[in-house]
Design a protein around this ligand. Structure first.
Ligand SMILES: Cc1cc2nc3c(=O)[nH]c(=O)nc-3n(C[C@H](O)[C@H](O)[C@H](O)COP(=O)(O)O)c2cc1C
Length: 208
């Protein structure tokens, strides 16, 4: 693997860095004893711009849910749309029992995070270190919302303006459980004009 230089990203660029606003990720956590766990998520969403908050849901009996509730920390790692790592994303998503380190099973590399205990995954291109803001269990699911407390990215994936270099970061989407092994590239942006040029009426102030 080529040497990768991860650079810290200042907070004013975190919103631009989590792009598109939902993407395929691997989330790392640790348990009470500091043992590392990783799991794959196709449904991870940036739910607040400023400050930046990230949300996901997970099965309540899963190790990620247990660890998030036990330690209140997680790291969101964004893999590129490249076959070699997407194959590993599938391994990380297998249902290994507690205390198994999925990063080792998949042949991925942990490096320490800057502000939380769970590690970053070096083969991923951007990383969001989160402290849990709130969780809510419903049905058999746990909803997790985390506040980003640090972010970092591979040096060549960020413009000086803080915007991502789309075809270097190469974010991906997951086709979903019904497709099992399908992923979609999410890095071909199209910049479109605003075609509505009429004045917009003011919003009512009485809340209606
Ligand atoms: C590509 C991929 C995407 C996934 N997306 C989700 C998801 O969005 N939500 C979810 O609950 N599980 C998702 N999974 C399944 C979890 O990764 C899986 O349940 C895993 O076993 C959880 O691990 P844990 O017990 O270590 O937390 C996905 C799996 C793969 C391979």
């Amino acid at each position: 693997m080529k040497a990768v230089n991860k650079i810290d990203v200042p907070s004013e660029h975190w919103d631009k860095l989590f792009a598109p606003s939902a993407c395929l990720v691997m989330i790392t956590t640790v348990d009470e004893a500091g043992r590392v766990n990783a799991a794959s998520f196709g449904t991870c969403v940036r739910v607040c711009h400023d400050p930046v908050y990230i949300s996901f849901t997970v099965g309540a009996p899963k190790d990620t849910a247990h660890n998030v509730l036990a330690t209140s920390e997680f790291v969101v790692n964004v893999p590129p749309f490249e076959r070699e790592i997407l194959e590993k994303v599938r391994v990380v998503g297998l249902d290994f029992p507690p205390r198994v380190n999925e990063l080792e099973k998949a042949g991925l590399t942990a490096i320490p995070a800057k502000s939380v205990q769970p590690p970053r995954i070096v083969e991923c291109r951007s990383h969001f270190e989160c402290k849990v803001e709130w969780t809510r269990q419903w049905l058999h699911r746990l909803m997790v919302v985390g506040k980003v407390v640090a972010a970092s990215v591979d040096e060549d994936c960020l413009e000086p303006s803080g915007k991502i270099v789309w075809d270097k970061l190469k974010p991906a989407h997951y086709c979903g459980n019904a497709y099992k092994n399908g992923f979609v590239a999410a890095y071909q942006p199209m910049w479109v004009d605003m075609i509505y040029n009429e004045p917009i009426p003011p919003r009512p102030t009485d809340g209606k």
